[in-house]
Ligand binder design. Structure first.
Ligand code: ZN
Length: 333
């Protein structure tokens, strides 16, 4: 199969704004997504905190993976990044600056669908700079008990997710997709987050999920056989599609596009981060490439073959240094 990726970076044509509530605080959140220059990546700015700098959407900035992915810099935090980042990655947008006046990305309807609409309103703008793509050349895997996630060489970005719940509704589900803009929008973006009612009640007791309601979460009945949402499911396998959405959003924290096949079995935010860390720690398992169009053909040009291990993840990367160097040799065969 020929590799295909849009070679150029993209940003928005114009700024777009939305307003929603935070899933955990239940508070109103205002967010504006603005165009940004090439090679600047995705970054957040807490407009309610005066004097704080921006927070890059990058795995180095992850401070918590409980319930959702939270990034932070000092006291400034942004949580539930995954659905918005999935929408940006799924829309093929590389560089934006996001102003937000709370520590939670608005939950909207619990999916990435509203963000896709928002980004479409902003329009995509092609930038002169070429994308720097992380291409997996040897498998990397992480296991935690029954949970496992791995990435293998593949010519496009592909995700296979599996979940296995001990109930009569979700049970075993598997979903596999080569992630293109079209397939992301049609098959993944609208899949909503879900929770078991008894777990949600427990969260409420602990002052969490205060903004959670049937408009933004699929609530699974106490009996584990049905859902409380009267409109039903958007897809028969909406649960695993949402897990795939979460994974795409978390993988965006690598800082740029990836060519590889991620296979995730009972995975979650913590394991997604572990996989990204394992990739960074095993620089002999990947390389950076850029793509150029020559007539109808797409040429792949390896760059940075002689890079210092893991120092430069696209389009920016904080110095990860010696730890990465030390683990160069443990890449899975
Ligand atoms: Zn989610």
């Amino acid at each position: 199969m020929a590799s295909y990726i849009e070679p150029h970076q993209y940003t928005l044509k114009r700024s777009v704004s939305c307003c929603g509530i935070g899933l955990h605080t239940g508070r109103t959140v205002n967010m504006t997504i603005k165009p940004a220059s090439a090679n600047s990546g995705i970054s957040f700015y807490r407009s309610d905190l005066s004097g704080k700098g921006s927070i890059p959407a990058h795995m180095d900035k992850v401070v918590d993976t409980t319930l959702a992915t939270t990034i932070g810099e000092g006291s400034a935090k942004i949580s539930t990044t995954e659905h918005l980042l999935a929408a940006l990655r799924g829309s093929g947008i590389d560089n934006v600056h996001i102003d937000i006046d709370s520590h939670e990305i608005p939950i909207m309807d619990g999916s990435a669908g509203p963000f896709i609409h928002l980004l479409k309103r902003g329009g995509r703008k092609k930038q002169h700079a070429l994308r720097k793509v992380l291409r997996i050349t040897s498998p990397v895997s992480v296991t935690d008990g029954k949970k496992n996630i791995r990435i293998e060489p593949y010519d496009v970005f592909k995700v296979t997710g599996r979940i296995n719940f001990d109930d009569n509704l979700i049970n075993e589900q598997e979903y596999s997709v080569e992630v293109t803009r079209d397939r992301f929008c049609r098959e993944i973006a609208r899949a909503r987050t879900f929770g078991f009612v008894d777990q949600v009640e427990q969260l409420w007791k602990n002052g969490l999920a205060l903004g959670g309601n049937l408009n933004n979460v699929i609530a699974i009945h106490w009996d584990g056989r049905s859902i409380l949402n009267e409109e039903g499911l958007r897809f028969d396998d909406e649960f695993i599609r949402h897990k795939v959405l979460d994974l795409i959003g978390d993988m965006a924290l690598l800082g740029g596009p990836v060519l590889g096949h991620v296979i995730a079995d009972r995975s979650g935010h913590g394991l997604h981060l572990d996989l990204m860390q394992a990739i960074v720690d095993n620089p002999s398992c990947w390389e950076y490439v850029k793509f150029e169009k020559k007539g109808d053909a797409m040429l792949r040009r390896a760059i940075d073959r002689t890079r210092t291990a893991g120092k430069h993840l696209p389009p920016f990367f904080a110095d990860r240094s010696d730890a990465a160097m030390a683990h160069q040799s443990i890449c899975a065969a």
